[in-house]
Design a protein around this ligand. Sequence first.
Ligand code: SF4
Ligand code: SF4
Length: 170
Amino acid sequence: MSRLHISKLYQEIYKRFDALTPVPFDCGALCGKLCCEGDAESGMYLFPGEKKLFVGKDNFSVLSTDFIVGGKAVDLVTCHGPCKREERPLSCRIFPLIPFYRKGSTLEIIHDPRASFCPLTHPEAADCIDEAFIREVRRTFELLIKIPAVANYLDALSYVLDDYQKLNRW
Ligand code: SF4
Ligand code: SF4
């Protein structure tokens, strides 16, 4: 699939999450929008092929990271102030969920272990995330893992997630 097609695919996927949210109310009111408290150097990893949609875009900067997958640095997007919902990258749209996928294994949709600050991932909020939201995240990644670059990225990311899961258990 060409980069052009991947961009279009992400734009279609974004639409699925324009109105769909992890819970059917503004969870930002619970926590003061903790997940949007990034700074100039903290942000969200971009999925392979997503970068093109954020380079040069107002309110966003794209940075290279030292997370290398297939010989290439994974990109990070940072935002400068509140964004418009329809401009969010995929990581923000699926937060606080994340696909856990190792090549040759089955796809799982889990609470992102890097999101332990998010009240929706806390044990007392177990099962509060909307089933329709979880289904859409699963449907999205069942599609995206068919793209080799995304499968490779998720395979590498699964080791990072594993490390966070271990840290969270300490
Ligand atoms: S940190 Fe969690 S609860 Fe707070 S706004 Fe983000 S998703 Fe909602
Ligand atoms: S892009 Fe939007 S949703 Fe994502 S962290 Fe920034 S302000 Fe929050």
